[in-house]
Design a protein around this ligand. Structure first.
Ligand SMILES: Cc1cc2nc3c(=O)[nH]c(=O)nc-3n(C[C@H](O)[C@H](O)[C@H](O)COP(=O)(O)OP(=O)(O)OC[C@H]3O[C@@H](n4cnc5c(N)ncnc54)[C@H](O)[C@@H]3O)c2cc1C
Length: 484
């Protein structure tokens, strides 16, 4: 896709980086009538939302994001007419499946009741943990998917927060069965930290609740379809875009009143001409990044031969066996060691979307967590984990494409050391990222804002970081209240 170069010498706002958050900031500013230019270094728009033929012709792989519960659950995304721009979500029969060595499979259904029933003895506790969040998500989303603030519904938030702030290890003790504990571990491990860390229950609860409310859908055509729809909407509002333009120095940019940066602190510190105070720079230097990922994409001659065929109908398959195994592998990677049995997040988009592979053929996507900056090739251990629950998998591989953590950062500099969340999302950096502030989108330069996943609410394709950054900038400079 080719984009016009800047039409004007001056804009109200320039946005650097076209990930979901850069696009969200650009749309929010453009919606209020500002003139904006969105600048992207790569040759296509989308950041973590790109789909490419990484293996063989005709096999379309999601380079980064694949499954989109948080886009469905995002008040910002939900406010946009993206269907009008071709975005269609496909809902696989199960949100997630988690096979175990003992032959059982835990399933996250697209509704609470079936999930609870399937969990048997753990169903009652599951319902107790999740029901409130499922029922109140729309208001809870406004209170949780953003910076710290006085909540709109304090009692609702308190009910969620009491469980969410606890380490996932604590909650695991309330599940009685191996199946229930394993399902919980797989969900909490999306937080990319040791499960004994405070607040690791938050991501587990949210992913299960949002799955029960909206499913874990995949976009028809790949995550690039989300980027394309956001871009088309932005352009329909009059927004301008320039691709293939890496910004290393602010002097490169056309004149602007506001600068929105969809980048993380490490990159921001390297950007020339920003005029930030030394105390602010010091704070950014303290910002911490978490584990990296190792990613594999496969072109397959047929569907993945999972022993439990229900796994073929799941949007995501969690491969890591028991709670203990997952907790151990996450802790090891966090402490700088790789294991031969990592927790693997696995998807199989062509199973539900025939546009992803030639007729009768399939694609699959997987990653595992590794030490930040790792250059170790994990493709063999990941394939062993898939084979463990799908004997014969290795025989259906036609081609593979891999990315180490370091290659992930080369592909997109926002993934520092392969950290896909733009910085560790532990309790100290969950709501106050990248600095301890109630408005962490502001920098020490009052014309410059950070809008990437290094701001609240952090990683994932939801656009809420970009929306909040733009909201603060609109209030600061134009006295405009942008609400959802
Ligand atoms: C392997 C992987 C799997 C993932 N899976 C999922 C998933 O299934 N679901 C989900 O919700 N999320 C997933 N994520 C996370 C999600 O992709 C990110 O959290 C999200 O894209 C962050 O959005 P962002 O706008 O903050 O930054 P990004 O999407 O990273 O976008 C930043 C953009 O800025 C550009 N840029 C950076 N520096 C400059 C510069 N100096 N000049 C010009 N342009 C610049 C980059 O090229 C990039 O396009 C995954 C990520 C990875 C890597």
């Amino acid at each position: 896709m080719l984009f016009n170069m800047p039409q004007k010498d001056a804009y109200d706002a320039v946005i650097v980086g076209s990930g979901p958050n850069g696009l969200a900031a650009a749309i929010t500013l453009q919606q209020q009538g500002l003139s904006t230019l969105l600048i992207e270094g790569a040759d296509t728009v989308g950041g973590g939302m790109r789909t490419k033929e990484l293996t063989l012709p005709g096999f379309k792989h999601d380079v980064c994001s694949a499954v989109h519960p948080m886009a469905m659950a995002s008040p910002f995304m939900r406010s946009l007419p993206l269907r009008e721009y071709g975005l269609a979500f496909i809902h696989p029969p199960y949100a997630a499946a988690h096979p175990l060595d003992n032959g059982e499979t835990a399933l996250l259904y697209n509704n609470l009741q079936d999930t609870a029933t399937d969990l048997g003895r753990d169903g009652k506790y599951y319902e107790q943990l999740i029901r409130y969040v499922v029922d109140h998500w729309e208001t809870l989303a406004l209170d949780t998917m953003g910076p710290l603030h006085f909540p709109k519904k304090p009692f609702q938030l308190a009910s969620f927060g009491l469980d969410a702030l606890r380490p996932a290890t604590w909650i695991s003790r309330s599940f009685e069965t191996e199946k229930g504990k394993a399902l919980w571990a797989g969900m909490a491990a999306h937080g990319i930290q040791p499960l004994s860390n405070w607040a690791t229950s938050a991501i587990g609860i949210v992913l299960m609740a949002v799955g029960n409310r909206y499913g874990w859908p995949i976009p028809k055509g790949g995550s690039q379809s989300i980027a394309n729809a956001l871009l088309a909407h932005y352009q329909s509002l009059g927004g301008e875009i320039a691709t293939d333009c890496w910004v290393g120095d602010i002097a490169q940019l056309p004149q602007h009143k506001l600068l929105m940066l969809d980048i993380t602190p490490r990159q921001l510190l390297k950007l020339k001409g920003l005029q930030l105070s030394s105390s602010y720079r010091n704070q950014l230097q303290q910002y911490r990044y978490g584990m990296g990922v190792f990613k594999v994409d496969w072109a397959l001659s047929e569907s993945v031969p999972f022993t439990d065929r229900r796994c073929q109908e799941a949007s995501t398959v969690h491969l890591g066996n028991t709670y203990q195994e997952i907790a151990w592998s996450e802790k090891e990677a966090h402490q700088g060691r790789v294991t031969d049995k990592p927790f693997v997040l696995f998807t199989q988009q062509s199973q539900f979307d025939s546009s992803r592979a030639p007729q009768g053929k399939h694609t699959a996507w997987a990653y595992c967590h590794v030490p930040n900056g790792s250059t170790i090739d994990m493709s063999k251990v990941i394939e062993n984990q898939v084979e463990r629950f799908a004997p014969g998998f290795k025989d259906v591989i036609l081609a593979r494409s891999t990315m180490t953590s370091v290659e992930m950062e080369t592909y997109n500099p926002n993934y520092v050391g392969g950290d896909i969340n733009g910085g560790i999302m532990d309790i100290a950096q969950l709501f106050t990222r990248p600095t301890w502030s109630l408005t962490p989108y502001r920098t020490s330069n009052n014309a410059v804002y950070i809008c990437s996943s290094a701001t609240p609410p952090g990683g994932g394709v939801h656009g809420m970081c970009g929306f909040h950054a733009a909201k603060v900038a609109l209030k600061d400079h134009y006295g405009i209240n942008a609400n959802l």
